[in-house]
Design a binder for this molecule. Structure first.
Ligand SMILES: Nc1ncnc2c1ncn2[C@@H]1O[C@H](COP(=O)(O)OP(=O)(O)OP(=O)(O)O)[C@@H](O)[C@H]1O
Ligand SMILES: [Mg+2]
Length: 240
């Protein structure tokens, strides 16, 4: 699904944000991307969605080779993915419902699909009652959930989230993670950038650490609760 080969990104001002990165993410994986501020995590995501173009190297996402994708094909690439941006990118003029519906309208979904799916996805992220609000009338965590609803409403094969728990309290973070886990269980590939080590440890999974534009580690981390369990019976309990 995602293949990067010797990928580098140098921004116009000369900053080398990604350095010779090689990586594969298979269909159906659940991946955390961690690393210090400025390490290149958002740049890595922006390369995947073709918001930024690689300076060197090969990137293939959902069958699209991004080196020679035409501008007119980029919307088709984006239709295969849902994106939760670090800065939400909601449209202030539109209500919560319209922000989510917009993602369906741009792909030409029918009114009946829009009427069915928008309330359902807003319910799923716990935003019923907020449909008519504008984004600026919501808390940071609520805006983040609108952003997640908008990313999910197209039922994407790949969900990319940049710091989806960055603006919410620990309890809400866990709820957000559970939502992302349930989306993953339905077959979506999920890539999450996060600073929250405790969250990564308690959920576990593949963890890719980016430091200074390079992969510093790429390993499978068991669930904290599971690895902390002393015996098999306890492990069973944690896993059930
Ligand atoms: N548009 C840009 N032009 C120039 N340099 C940029 C641009 N965007 C990011 N950078 C630089 O590229 C490097 C990587 O930035 P990036 O946003 O990918 O980091 P990050 O790991 O997402 O950080 P954070 O955890 O703070 O979000 C940083 O040095 C940053 O200053
Ligand atoms: Mg970032």
């Amino acid at each position: 699904m995602i293949h990067l080969e010797n990928v580098s990104k140098v921004y116009a001002n000369g900053t080398q944000a990604i350095k010779n990165l090689t990586l594969d993410i298979a269909d159906g994986e659940f991946v955390f991307v961690v690393g210090p501020s400025g390490a290149g995590k958002s740049t890595f995501l922006k390369l995947l969605i073709r918001e930024e173009e690689a300076t060197n190297g090969k990137i293939v996402v959902n069958g699209h080779d991004l080196r020679n994708i035409r501008r007119s094909q980029i919307p088709y690439l984006r239709r295969t993915m849902g994106i939760v941006f670090q800065d939400f990118r909601l449209i202030d003029k539109m209500t919560v419902s319209d922000n989510v519906a917009f993602a369906l309208r741009v792909v030409g979904a029918s009114d009946s699909i829009i009427q069915r799916r928008v309330p359902a996805v807003l319910r799923m992220v716990g935003l019923e009652g907020k449909e008519k609000c504008r984004p600026y009338e919501l808390s940071g965590g609520e805006q983040q959930r609108v952003s997640l609803a908008r990313a999910l409403v197209n039922r994407p094969a790949l969900l990319i989230a940049d710091e989806p728990t960055g603006n919410i309290d620990p309890e809400r973070s866990i709820e957000m993670m559970k939502l992302l886990t349930s989306v993953h269980k339905k077959g979506t590939t999920v890539i999450i950038v996060t600073h929250e080590h405790e969250l990564v440890k308690s959920f576990g999974g593949r963890v890719i650490r980016i430091t200074d534009g390079k992969i510093a580690a790429d390993a499978f981390l068991p669930k904290k609760a599971v690895s902390a369990a002393h015996n098999a019976a306890e492990k069973e309990e944690f896993l059930s």
